[in-house]
Design a protein around this ligand. Structure first.
Ligand SMILES: Nc1ncnc2c1ncn2[C@@H]1O[C@H](COP(=O)(O)OP(=O)(O)OP(=O)(O)O)[C@@H](O)[C@H]1O
Ligand SMILES: [Mg+2]
Length: 272
């Protein structure tokens, strides 16, 4: 089994604070891999390592058998949501078009083929109705659906998604989850999906990486999402309840009470 994402003995620290260490992980093509954990547990940082934007403290990270590097064409990325400035001089379809042809030779081709592809992608995320609206005028959820379309446009081998369902209504949460899962099944793309809520994607997830308190667990949802495992990770009793195929975690400690060494938290780990 060839893996498309591989971490060996990976450790990420900021100052004195360890986010995770001794992480050995292989993600295979077509795998739907979820990353869960409380605020500040290192989920976004995990994606940044794969994007080549964040250096490991120790260990190795590889993509497609080669050390990670910035700007890899293997990757599609849906960043954690930030909104566009109201006066951004771009229409919805321009943003998606950047995904379709923006990475090739650095020039934009406004061919009929590109245009058709953009129309299809807009249709897939339910954005056809606002294709020609300036992106800065769209709601958070409408902007978010365009980011999904843009990331899918490159037909990536690895799709990195940072809380892509945030600010989507239930209908669009389901539509976007299904779309991302379809990409992984039909194009054999590995999906790394950061989320606070496993339920919207529970039917698609192959494995979970759960980060908390400087430690982690990896495994099938049934292995990781248990009262025993999560209580151990959080260092206090939490209760995992299953009902109608959904998973509810009760009694989570305040996510902001992690051990924080403010004076030691520097920007040292960030690649300039
Ligand atoms: N370059 C950096 N230098 C110092 N500390 C950093 C740096 N990047 C992230 N951190 C810290 O590392 C921790 C993990 O950040 P990260 O963004 O990965 O969390 P997260 O799990 O994505 O949280 P959230 O659920 O809030 O998005 C945070 O406490 C953050 O302040
Ligand atoms: Mg984050």
């Amino acid at each position: 089994m060839k893996s498309v994402v591989s971490l060996k003995g990976a450790c990420l620290k900021f100052g004195q604070r360890t986010l995770w260490e001794d992480l050995d992980l292989d993600i295979r093509p077509g795998e739907f891999f979820a990353v869960l954990g409380p605020n500040g547990s290192g989920k976004t940082s995990f994606l940044k390592v794969l994007l080549g934007l964040q250096k490991l403290h120790s260990g190795e990270a590889a993509l497609g058998g080669r050390p990670v590097e910035r700007g890899s064409s293997l990757i599609g990325y849906i960043p954690q949501q930030k909104s566009f400035a109201p006066d951004t001089p771009m229409r919805a379809r321009d943003l998606v078009a950047l995904g379709v042809d923006g990475h090739r030779w650095g020039i934009r081709l406004s061919s009929a083929r590109t245009s058709r592809q953009v129309d299809q992608l807009l249709e897939l995320v339910g954005a056809s109705d606002y294709a020609n609206v300036p992106v800065g005028q769209l709601s958070g959820g409408e902007q978010q659906r365009l980011r999904v379309a843009q990331a899918l446009a490159t037909d990536p081998q690895v799709l990195l998604c940072d809380e892509p369902l945030l600010s989507l209504d239930l209908h669009h949460q389901q539509a976007v989850s299904a779309l991302i899962s379809k990409q992984s099944r039909e194009h054999n793309s590995a999906v790394v999906f950061v989320t606070h809520e496993i339920n919207p994607i529970i039917e698609y997830v192959d494995r979970v990486l759960y980060l908390a308190g400087g430690r982690f667990r990896v495994g099938a949802p049934d292995e990781v999402m248990t009262t025993e495992v999560l209580s151990d990770l959080y260092g206090s009793h939490v209760e995992v309840i299953r009902a109608n195929g959904r998973i509810v975690v009760v009694g989570l400690p305040d996510a902001t009470t992690h051990h924080h060494h403010a004076e030691a938290d520097t920007m040292a780990g960030e690649v300039a």
